[in-house]
Design a protein around this ligand. Structure first.
Ligand code: NAD
Ligand code: UDP
Length: 389
């Protein structure tokens, strides 16, 4: 046998044995009896991420947070630890790492390789302010897209091919009809929305190229509310873009009045209607998605699911519910429509129930009660008045 053929055969043997070794390792990891599964949560110190950490820990998962604290702070994770208690909080670890930094992310995954690895990733990390994305599109494309590419690459290298991605109802653009079903045409109206849409495409192409992946694209409607303890909530930097945090800041005296964007929509009271979902319900939707992706009996594949309540609430109805919950009056100024705002957006929720066995349980009143608990005890967020202003 010519030397070159022998060398090629030896090389093929070596490759086959490495592949066998890798399969054996993956198999061992899958079947190994570990006390708990491990979920890595990027952006875990943020608003939705921190609430999801609580629910994951409560559900018995080990949780590894990766966050660069660009729009959050480590205090949120201290609050998570306090909520779940000492014994459970031992299952939470945190790494101050930018997901765009491949070497640093690689190190995080390597830390857990010898301890059963990471079973699934929830990818919350990203920038989310629509207005800022228009002013600084490159920052948004660079952060949101690079972090996803780097993350998927590092995950694959460590044998973890299960990812849950934070998408948004923003990918429905201005829907022609409501409720929005997952098969509606998608559109993006600004750079932030385009990053969400691009990442949906990237993950879809990744799955099509390698069906060993399981991918859950979760399209959130309007997350509001806070943990019922009042210790965990949304803490936006600067002037809030969204309705609920703005209302909250008016209630605690940080802003003089709420501008109501448009009173001439074709809705009952003329103001825009949205599907407000309690952040703890949303967090539970992620726990359901982790269960679906790590189910040892049936493979999830690629799933795209709305996380909403299936009901819409107008701006004036939300303000009334908040006034009732807080006992505060919210001064309002009626102004022109905000460009790009749809009259009404809400979710069709059947697929979430069919695929994940999940549905939102809390009402808009619950949202306002918990939002006020958080606002009244943390009027300036986690850091206090001096840092907030
Ligand atoms: P958030 O800003 O509170 O949380 C995002 C977290 O990601 C922050 O802790 C931030 O520090 C971190 N982060 C950002 N870039 C990072 C990077 N490169 N590396 C590591 N960490 C990074 O936002 P949120 O409201 O909790 O939203 C979470 C996700 O859900 C985002 O992707 C957002 O686009 C998406 N989403 C949010 C809403 C909403 O209304 N809150 C609606 C739809 C979708
Ligand atoms: N809105 C408002 N005043 C504000 C912020 C929002 O009247 O200061 C309205 C907005 O026009 C929309 C609804 O509140 O009808 C929800 O807006 P938000 O930005 O929270 O969510 P999105 O429009 O992105 O779904």
């Amino acid at each position: 046998v010519p030397t070159r053929c022998r060398a090629r055969a030896a090389f093929a043997d070596a490759r086959a044995s490495t592949a066998r070794e890798r399969t054996r390792r993956d198999e061992t990891r899958r079947t190994q009896k570990r006390p708990t599964m491990r979920v890595l949560v990027t952006g875990g110190a943020g608003y939705i991420g921190s609430h999801t950490c609580v629910r994951l820990l409560d559900a018995g998962y080990d949780v590894v947070v990766v966050d660069n604290y660009d729009n959050s702070c480590a205090i949120a994770l201290d609050r998570v630890r306090a909520i779940v208690g000492d014994a459970v909080s031992a299952r939470l670890s945190a790494h101050e790492v930018d997901c765009c930094d491949a070497d640093a992310l690689e190190e995080v995954f390597a830390t857990y390789d010898g301890r059963g690895g990471v079973d699934a990733v929830i990818h919350f990390a990203g920038l989310k302010a629509v207005g800022e994305s228009v002013a600084k599109p490159m920052r948004y494309y660079s952060n949101n897209i690079t972090s996803t590419l780097v993350l998927c690459d590092v995950m694959a290298r460590h044998g973890c091919k299960k990812i849950i991605f934070s998408s948004s109802a923003t990918v429905y653009g201005e829907p022609a009809t409501v409720p929005c079903t997952e098969d509606f045409p998608t559109a993006a109206l600004n750079p932030y929305g385009r990053t969400k849409l691009f990442i949906e495409h990237i993950l879809t192409d990744l799955y099509k190229s390698d069906q060993a992946w399981d991918v859950a694209i979760l399209r959130y409607f309007n997350p509001v509310g806070a943990h019922a303890s009042g210790t965990l909530g949304e803490d936006p930097k600067g002037i809030p873009n969204n309705l609920m945090p703005f209302v909250q800041q008016v209630a605690v005296g940080r802003r003089p009045e709420l501008s109501v964007f448009g009173t001439d929509y074709p809705t009952q009271d003329g103001t825009g209607r949205r599907d407000y979902i309690h952040v703890v319900d949303l967090a539970d939707g992620h726990v359901a998605a982790v269960k679906k992706l790590t189910d040892s009996v049936s493979k999830a594949g690629l799933i795209t699911v709305n996380l909403g309540t299936g009901k819409s609430t107008s701006v004036l109805e939300l303000v009334a519910a908040f006034e009732k919950a807080s006992g505060k009056t919210i001064p309002m100024k009626m102004v022109d429509r905000r460009p790009g705002d749809a009259a009404e957006v809400y979710a069709k929720t059947d697929k979430a129930f069919d695929v994940l066995g999940w549905r939102a349980e809390r009402t808009i009143e619950d949202c306002c009660i918990d939002q006020w608990k958080w606002a009244s005890t943390n009027p300036y967020g986690y850091a206090g008045k001096e840092d907030a202003e």
